[in-house]
Design a protein around this ligand. Structure first.
Ligand code: ATR
Length: 277
């Protein structure tokens, strides 16, 4: 049976084995998908052993997305732009690296949450790997503007400069958090790591336009700190990143198997299991 895995450290908490097992059952694909714990200094060796044993593909999670980028022989344009790889496909002697995170985010926003991005004002919070992976897929939706805001403003400026050539008609600019005062947005995406420590980025009040959605890439049981702060500041709708997780998995599954799984029931099952847990 074709073997796949998610590799990370830690990895025991990963929902990916559950998601891919549901995708496989639903599409009638015969495959085995497991969680692989790699030592912090042993990512390449873990990948090599998996390939030697006939492994066909890997999802890569923290902290190895940059190492996976280095390891790939060929890269998709979106992995190149993200500077990180979350999906590896092994074909003969070649390792193909892709990044499905940003596409998963956009699919969740547009398909699951029914938000069109064309002509909208979008605010992206954060300038780390998670933010960087989202920029090109967001720009490809044709927003009116994309503002990248970060606690450390210089990192946001670097990102805005890097992506300016691909911005098309969208206004792309960087900001500090304080510099957002007086601006409003239709969509605010939290790609900072603040929710990991139950914190929310410290934004000035009033950034949510009427009807705005606040989206946290993190997820958990109940609202994240960012979602609570967004509600308090008048966001009309809030969402966490569970849909992004399922959608990036579906993109990976499609890359490996050539079929696109249905995500609605998988997302509902996962939400129910998290709410129970
Ligand atoms: P990742 O790859 O998950 O994006 P990262 O590269 O370490 O992780 O980036 C973390 C991001 O979260 C950064 O944008 C960081 O802001 P700084 O560049 O100023 O460090 C942001 N971040 C982390 N904790 C935060 C907090 N409590 N409030 C606001 N931003 C935070």
């Amino acid at each position: 049976m074709d073997r796949y895995a998610v590799v990370g450290n830690p990895v025991a908490h990963s929902k990916s084995p559950l998601i891919h097992a549901e995708f496989a059952a639903q599409t009638g694909q015969e495959l085995h998908y497991e969680a692989l714990l790699a030592p912090l200094d042993g990512f390449a060796a873990t990948v090599a052993a998996f390939r030697a044993a006939g492994g066909r593909g890997l999802n890569v999670t923290a902290p190895f997305k940059l190492e996976a980028f280095e390891l790939a022989d060929r890269l998709s344009p979106r992995a190149e732009a993200a500077g990180a790889v979350n999906t590896l496909a092994f074909d003969g002697g070649q390792a193909y690296g892709d990044n499905t995170d940003g596409a998963g985010l956009v699919r969740d926003l547009t398909h699951n949450l029914g938000r069109q991005l064309a002509g909208r004002r979008v605010l992206l919070l954060g300038a780390g790997g998670a933010a960087r992976g989202a920029i090109l897929p967001l720009l490809m939706e044709g927003p009116a503007s994309l503002v990248i805001a970060n606690r450390t403003e210089s990192r946001a400026l670097e990102l805005a400069d890097r992506f300016r050539a691909g911005a098309g008609d969208a206004e792309l600019r960087a900001s500090s958090f304080a510099g957002l005062a007086g601006s409003t947005f239709d969509l605010v995406i939290n790609a900072t790591a603040a929710s990991l420590s139950a914190q929310s980025p410290e934004l000035p009040p009033g950034v949510y336009a009427p009807g705005a959605l606040a989206y946290d890439m993190m997820y958990g049981k109940g609202d994240t700190a960012f979602m609570r702060a967004a509600r308090a500041d008048g966001a009309a709708a809030v969402a966490d990143g569970l849909g992004m997780l399922v959608e990036q998995a579906a993109e990976s599954f499609q890359l490996w198997r050539g079929v696109r799984p249905q995500t609605t029931s998988v997302l509902a099952d996962l939400r129910a299991s998290i709410d129970r847990g």
